[in-house]
Design a protein around this ligand. Structure first.
Ligand SMILES: Cc1cc2nc3c(=O)[nH]c(=O)nc-3n(C[C@H](O)[C@H](O)[C@H](O)COP(=O)(O)O)c2cc1C
Length: 196
C-alpha cells in the first residue's frame, strides 16, 4: 500500500521543530490496519507524559475491529460517524478525577491532555493521523469501555490510523479537510502581565 503524503502548508511564527506544525487532524483515513507494535508505541509515548505528583491519571481503552469496535463507533456524534469508523482504531480517553480517598485530582484533565499530545506527536512521527473527538456519547463510554464512572471522567475519543485521501471522505467533508491556522502568539502569551 502506498503511503499518503499527509503534509500541510502550515508555517511557524518562530523557530520550532517541524513535528509541531506537521501534525494535523485530517478526517481522511485509509483502511490500512495497525500492528500491535505500532499501537504499543502510541501508548508508550503517552505513558511518558508529565503529570501532577506523577499520578498519571490518564486511561485509554481502544478497539480496532469486531463487535466491540462497532460499540465504540456507536458512541459517535452524527458528524463524527461519517468518517471515524474508517480509522484503524478508536480510543476512549478517561481521566482519573478522584483518588481512592475521594479527593479531586485537579490536574487530571491537564495531565491527560499532555498524554494525548504525546500520543498524537508520536503517531505523526510514525506516519499516522489522529483526530481527537469531543463529539461522542460521554456517558455511554463508561459502560462500553467498562470504566467506573465514580473514579474516572470521560474526556474524549481519538480516531487513529493511516491518513487517507479525499476519496476516503464523503464529498461534503472534502472542502473542510485542511490543516487550519492558529491565533497569533501575541494574544496567547504575555510578558509579565496579561495586557489585552
Ligand atoms: C478535545 C478535542 C475534541 C475534538 N472534538 C472533535 C470532534 O468531535 N470532531 C472533529 O471532527 N474534530 C474534533 N477535534 C479536532 C479539532 O477540531 C482540531 O484539533 C482543531 O481544529 C485543530 O486542528 P488540528 O488538530 O488539525 O491542528 C477535537 C479536538 C480536541 C483536542
Amino acid at each position: 500500500m502506498t503511503a499518503v503524503d499527509n503534509k500541510n502548508s502550515r508555517t511557524a511564527g518562530a523557530d520550532i521543530e517541524a513535528m509541531f506544525t506537521d501534525r494535523w487532524s485530517s478526517k481522511a483515513f485509509s483502511d490500512q490496519t495497525l500492528k500491535q507494535e505500532q499501537i504499543n508505541s502510541l501508548f508508550e509515548a503517552a505513558r511518558w507524559a508529565p503529570s501532577g505528583n506523577n499520578r498519571q491519571p490518564w486511561l485509554f481503552v481502544y478497539s480496532t475491529s469486531g463487535p466491540q469496535r462497532e460499540k465504540f463507533d456507536s458512541l459517535l456524534s452524527e458528524g463524527n460517524a461519517v468518517y471515524v469508523p474508517k480509522a484503524a482504531m478508536m480510543v476512549l480517553v478517561f481521566a482519573r478525577t478522584f483518588d481512592d480517598d475521594g479527593n479531586r485530582i485537579r490536574t487530571a484533565f491537564f495531565d491527560t491532555g499532555a498524554a494525548w499530545m504525546s500520543l498524537a506527536l508520536q503517531a505523526n512521527l510514525m506516519g499516522l493521523n489522529t483526530r481527537a473527538l469531543g463529539g461522542i456519547d460521554l456517558d455511554g463510554a463508561y459502560e462500553i469501555a467498562n470504566v467506573p464512572a465514580d473514579k474516572y471522567e470521560t474526556v474524549c475519543g481519538i480516531a487513529i490510523g493511516y491518513p487517507g485521501t479525499d476519496a476516503d471522505l464523503i464529498p461534503s467533508l472534502v472542502q473542510q479537510n485542511f490543516a487550519n491556522d492558529r491565533k497569533d502568539i501575541s494574544v496567547v502569551a504575555y510578558s509579565d502581565r496579561y495586557s489585552p
